[in-house]
Design a protein around this ligand. Structure first.
Ligand SMILES: [Zn+2]
Length: 343
C-alpha cells in the first residue's frame, strides 16, 4: 500500500514490536533481483512526477525541513533529471514555504525547478487528505496552495494545470469526488494520476535515520534495497499494464522530493533506461488513450490508477497486491514515525 504516508500511522500501530535489529540481518534476503529481463523493448515511456516540494522530510509530513538539506536536494534532483533529459513535474505544498526568515530562499527552490526547464503543480497547501477534509475546506486549501507557484509559473511563461491528491486520496464519496473534479476543471486543472505507485517515503525515513546516526552501512544498504524494490515495482505495473491493455502504456512514476531521491535518482533513471524506458512529459503520457479510462474507485486507500482502472474493466481494484518494501524497511519506518509523533 503506497502513498499514504504518515496519515496511516496512528499511534496504535506503534504497538508493533520493534524488530529493527533482527531486520537488519534479514536484509540480505531482499536483494532478489527482478526476474524480468531488462530492456525487451525500446518503446517504453515514463513521466516522472515528484511530490512534496520543496522537500519531503524523513519520518514526518509535519516538518518544513532544514534549509541546508532542502537546498541540496533541490539542487541535485533537477540536475540529475536534466542529465538524463527527463522532463518532470514537481508538486508543491506551499505551507513549507512559510518559514519566517526563509520565505524568499524557499521560493527560490521552486524557481530553480522552473529555471531547469521543469514544471510545477498543486499538491494542496497543507498536504491534507481528501478522505478526512470537508469538500469546501479541501477546495480552500487547494486555492491557498496555488498562490506562489502560479505566480512563479506565470513569470516563467508556464501555466499551472496539474493537481496531485495528497495520499492519492481522491474523495470519500462519489458526490464529493465528482464535485471536486468539476472544481478542478473549472479552474483549468487536471488530476495527475499515478500508475507506478510505491513506498519510497519509507526508504527515505530509514535513510534519514541512518544518516542522522552516521550509519554508512545502513544508508548504503537502504539505497541498494530501494533500487531493487523499484525494479520489482516496475515489473508489477508493467504486468498489470499488459494484462489490461495488452501493451506497455506510458507510465507515470511517483517519487518524492527527498534525500533518498537525491541520492538514488541517477541510478534509478539509469536502470529505467536499461529497461527500455524513455522519459516523457506528463502531457505526453496522459495523451495515451489508456488515460481516458475512468477512475471509478471510491474509498480511503491511495493506490495506482492501473489498479483503479480494473474497476472499469469489470475487475477488482486489488490494491493489496501492490509490492511492499521489505519488512525491515516498513518496520523501521513505522518505528521512526511513531517516535516522531510522540515528541
Ligand atoms: Zn504528498
Amino acid at each position: 500500500m503506497a502513498s499514504v504516508e504518515e496519515i496511516r500511522f496512528p499511534l496504535a500501530t506503534c504497538a508493533i514490536v520493534s524488530v529493527c535489529c533482527v531486520a537488519l540481518f534479514a536484509v540480505c534476503c531482499d536483494f532478489a533481483a527482478s526476474t524480468n529481463p531488462w530492456a525487451e523493448s525500446n518503446s517504453r515511456a515514463v513521466a516522472i512526477t515528484v511530490d512534496d516540494l520543496p522537500g519531503a522530510v524523513p519520518g514526518t509530513g509535519r516538518a518544513a525541513g532544514n534549509l541546508k538539506d532542502l537546498k541540496r536536494i533541490n539542487r541535485l534532483i533537477p540536475r540529475i533529471l536534466n542529465a538524463h533529459r527527463a522532463p518532470a513535474i514537481g508538486f508543491v505544498n506551499e505551507w513549507k514555504l512559510q518559514v519566517p526568515g526563509e520565505r524568499d530562499t524557499r521560493v527560490a527552490l521552486l524557481q530553480s525547478w522552473l529555471d531547469a526547464g521543469l514544471t510545477l503543480g498543486n499538491h494542496t497547501y497543507s498536504h491534507i487528505s481528501f478522505q478526512t477534509t470537508p469538500l469546501a475546506q479541501y477546495e480552500d486549501d487547494f486555492i491557498r496552495g496555488e498562490v506562489v507557484t502560479q505566480a512563479l509559473m506565470k513569470t516563467a511563461g508556464q501555466e499551472e494545470k496539474y493537481f496531485r491528491h495528497p495520499y492519492l486520496a481522491t474523495g470519500p464519496t462519489p458526490e464529493t469526488k465528482a464535485a471536486f473534479d468539476i472544481f478542478l476543471k473549472d479552474r483549468g486543472y487536471r488530476v495527475a494520476p499515478v500508475t507506478v505507485d510505491n513506498d519510497d517515503w519509507q526508504f527515505n525515513d530509514v535513510l534519514g535515520a541512518a544518516l542522522e546516526k552516521k550509519d554508512k552501512q545502513l544508508a548504503n544498504r537502504t539505497k541498494q534495497v530501494y533500487l531493487a524494490y523499484m525494479s520489482t515495482v516496475f515489473d508489477y505495473y508493467e504486468s498489470v499494464s499488459r494484462s489490461l491493455f495488452h501493451r506497455d502504456i506510458p507510465q507515470v512514476l511517483l517519487i518524492h522530493d527527498s534525500g533518498l531521491t537525491a541520492e538514488c535518482l541517477d541510478q534509478l533513471l539509469t536502470n529505467l533506461e536499461r529497461r527500455g524506458y524513455r522519459f516523457i512529459t506528463l502531457d505526453d503520457a496522459l495523451a495515451d488513450p489508456a488515460y481516458a479510462t475512468p477512475d471509478l474507485f471510491i474509498g480511503p486507500e491511495g493506490f495506482s490508477w492501473l489498479l483503479r482502472w480494473k474497476l472499469a474493466f469489470g475487475q477488482q481494484a486489488d490494491w493489496q497486491k501492490e509490492p511492499d518494501p521489505p519488512a525491515w524497511v516498513m518496520n523501521m519506518s513505522n518505528d521512526i514515525r511513531c517516535a516522531k509523533q510522540k515528541h
